[in-house]
Design a protein. Sequence first.
Length: 150
Amino acid sequence: MKIIRAPQLVRINRRYTIRLVRIPDGPDGLHGHLRVHEHGLEVGITGVPLDAPNHPDDDMVMAFGDLDRIVQTHVMDHYDHTLVLREDLRDQVAADHAHIAGARSISWQPTYEKLLIDIVERLRPHLPAEVELSRLSLSATAGRWVDWEL
């Protein structure tokens, strides 16, 4: 009698560094100066390793290079070194400020929680069908971060 084993799910993880430009804001509008924050973004992808002998990706969930291209195109190109600013506060930043031309106007408060959810929504549609986005983590500082898990 042959024992059939269920496929084993494996999660691969990759860490990126993303630099966001933010202005502290509160209920009465913007306060403070532009700040560039460097964050760690961790992406976890879950799937069954490919069983295709002689294929270059055999025994892999997903090639890290493929994941890198997806994250670069849909997250880094959108957010890295970019001013993230709530659209209703845009007029409070001087129009000639160095970062305002490339600012990302958003309708929501740019909290770490909401940024993380936005990144989930940016990545999910572009991943191969055989893998699943299972975890994201965005560090605010060395001792503070937000997580999202499937």
